[in-house]
Design a binder for this molecule. Sequence first.
Ligand code: IPE
Ligand code: IPE
Ligand code: MG
Length: 254
Amino acid sequence: MPFARSPAGPRSDQTPAHVAIIMDGNGRWAKARGLPRFEGHRRGVEAVRRAVRSAIDHDVRFLTIYTFSSENWRRPADEVALLMGLLKRFIRVDLAELHKNFVRVRVIGEREGLPPDILALLEEAEQLTRDNCGLTLVVAFNYGSRHEIVSAARRLAEDVRQGRIDPDAISDEDFAARLDSADIPDPDLIIRTSGEMRLSNFLLWQAAYAELVFLPILWPDFDDAAFVAALEQYAARERRFGAVVHTTAAMTAS
Ligand code: IPE
Ligand code: IPE
Ligand code: MG
């Protein structure tokens, strides 16, 4: 069973509730083997399955995967078509199994202008799994953080124009509630594979206090050991959220 749940103990504070992954390095993985980039993307889908399984096994509640950015349309048309085809295939092949494993699928990103067949599949995945209470798999597809933020600003502006909200009263929460990720907690841990150290327009608002872990491996090689390595780095971090951590030393120094 590809997504089987192993008996997990109670979650500790050391376990991130929400892990988000920038799955990068498919092209380089293929190039290193003298294969076409497509092959890297195909193998990348296997790594997605492993990541879902790891998230379930390690009792992570939300897993966000960056599958296609709003800038990825700049790639050659045949590569874009292949990436679209792989997403469609992933949903067709894996949706039943995800559902059986209580996974709830959510999609973030711009839906307007997407090919109708893709849109229908994304909506089917959300509808079928909407009442599941296991892992929430957030699929960031045709996603760009700046666009998401601008859309939220437009919605707020419209609410102001309609008199539904007073501009002086707009809070962080009001803004966050208008993002695609409205009811999804902020990521605790963001992992990027392939050694690149940038966010590439991913969850810019939501990442305010995320811990960032950059792994040197290429996405098709991502496995449970890599997931665990990232969880271990996370567990060793001290999250302060701008406050002072009250150790004895800090108390005496102040
Ligand atoms: C990540 O791998 C997959 C997507 C962006 C869809 P890349 O295709 O970016 O691989 P590299 O970065 O060229 O190696
Ligand atoms: C980010 O990877 C997008 C996804 C993983 C879907 P890219 O490979 O597109 O990012 P850049 O171009 O290296 O910043
Ligand atoms: Mg890349």
